[in-house]
Design a protein around this ligand. Structure first.
Ligand SMILES: Nc1ncnc2c1ncn2[C@@H]1O[C@H](COP(=O)(O)OP(=O)(O)O)[C@@H](O)[C@H]1O
Ligand SMILES: [Mg+2]
Length: 231
């Protein structure tokens, strides 16, 4: 179980805290979904949770262990928004082994199998894959490090509906062996596999049931992130 307790992030350059008293719990084999508009702090939260930046105050725990940013770098794998833009290997094998030349072919194959790309030749260029395949390769790049927590920034952005459906299917399998946390401003497909949901707005997070979130998105399509007087 992952716990965030009263987490605050206020970098000196910002006039106010970007993350305000964040409290969150996420179990293993669960997918959490954090939904909020652009600029609400979603990517910033993932930066903290992946250990790329240190919070100003508050605590993060995995089971009973308090986590430092270094621990989080080991524990978590972060898939950035549009991760395929950062591919730099000439082949799938090279992409997966970047920074880990020692990783066995078995592990490479296992990661590809987890994302449904095992039928491809390891020597295929990542650039020649479809958008959906590239997104799944980016998941495999993180899975190869065997993180307990997989963090996903806007995982469905820029994909067409069939690629989204495929990706959601892959994510539903991945959560059977680890914790997943996705942040997005377009939750429609991801809601179906979410076990816990939160809304984030201006750095503040509040928990919401997936039913209530679905309802809010259906009723309030113009501005799903804010209450309208009629809802
Ligand atoms: N290091 C930083 N210093 C100052 N402001 C920042 C920094 N990083 C992000 N911001 C600001 O924090 C807010 C949240 O950004 P972000 O987490 O990228 O939002 P989201 O991913 O929800 O679109 C934005 O207003 C952004 O401009
Ligand atoms: Mg973002």
């Amino acid at each position: 179980m992952l716990y965030l307790k009263n987490l605050v992030y206020h970098p000196p350059a910002a006039s106010e805290a970007l993350l305000k008293q964040i409290n969150l719990e996420l179990g293993i084999q669960e997918m959490g979904l954090i939904v909020g508009p652009s600029g609400s702090g979603k990517s910033t939260l993932l930066e903290i949770m992946s250990g790329l930046a240190a919070p100003t105050s508050g605590e993060m725990h995995w089971r009973r262990q308090e986590l430092t940013p270094d621990d989080l770098q080991q524990l978590a794998g972060l898939v950035f928004q549009f991760p395929e833009r950062h591919f730099c290997g000439n082949s799938i094998l090279e992409e997966l082994r970047l920074g880990h030349p020692e990783i066995s072919t078995d592990r490479v194959y296992q990661a590809l199998q987890e994302v449904g790309l095992e039928q491809l030749s390891l020597y295929t260029s990542p650039q020649s894959l479809s958008g959906g395949q590239q997104r799944r390769l980016a998941l495999a790049v993180q899975l190869i490090r065997q993180p307990h927590l997989l963090l996903l920034d806007e995982p469905t952005a820029g994909l067409d509906w069939s690629m989204r459906r495929q990706l959601v299917h892959v994510l539903s399998k991945l959560k059977q062996h680890r914790s997943l946390l996705a942040v997005t401003h377009e939750p429609a497909e991801l809601l179906a596999i979410a076990d816990r949901c939160w809304l984030i707005d201006n750095g503040k997070i509040e928990s919401i049931s997936s039913q209530a979130l679905t309802q809010r998105l259906n009723v309030n399509t113009l501005d799903p992130f804010h209450h309208s007087p009629d809802v």
